[in-house]
Design a protein around this ligand. Structure first.
Ligand code: HEM
Length: 144
């Protein structure tokens, strides 16, 4: 399960880094940029938001079950549990930001500079929040 969890994290975080550093700078120069962003966005929404985020939630809960026990999630005295709860809270935020990006702002970004900027800001925010989750995951590995 931890293996699947890490593969899904690679798909999610790696996909976003690839979009930001490789795809976007190139696509932005093209005349068909809006159509390309729509197509790339729709595909990443399917594999990333729907696929990777669902897998992360499911495998993450299995990790909690095997490593800690779901009932121990309410033990606020342990620093491991506290870090885990922070990680889950940031994950919930990532899900909301992703939905706002993919369902509301992204599809309206075609020929609209306001929605385009919002989609860009939310995309970058999502990358930063996801990197924060990876930091919290590493912290967990060292005991929280
Ligand atoms: C964007 C979402 C997420 C990302 C990028 C992510 C990333 C990772 C990574 C890279 C690890 C391996 C850390 C290591 O072994 O050093 C990990 C471990 C883990 N993750 Fe996640 N994760 C995410 C969401 C979740 C969620 C939603 C949960 C709980 C419901 C969760 C629970 C765990 C647990 C319990 C571990 C094991 C930590 C340990 O080694 O003690 N993760 N995660």
């Amino acid at each position: 399960m931890l293996f699947l969890h890490i593969i899904s994290a690679c798909l999610w975080v790696g996909g976003m880094l690839f979009l930001v550093f490789v795809v976007s700078p190139f696509v932005r120069k093209l005349s068909i940029r809006d159509q390309l962003f729509q197509e790339v966005g729709r595909r990443f929404s399917l594999f990333g938001t729907l696929g990777a985020l669902s897998m992360l939630a499911i495998t993450g809960l299995f990790n909690v079950h095997y490593l800690l026990g779901l009932s121990n999630l309410a033990d606020f005295s342990s620093s491991y549990t506290k870090t885990l709860l922070h990680k889950i809270a940031v994950f919930v935020l990532v899900v909301f930001v992703s939905l706002a990006h993919d369902v509301y702002f992204g599809p309206r970004a075609i020929n609209s500079s306001f929605y385009r900027s919002m989609a860009r800001v939310l995309g970058l925010l999502n990358l930063l929040l996801s990197l924060l989750i990876v930091y919290l995951a590493v912290k967990l590995r060292f005991g929280g």
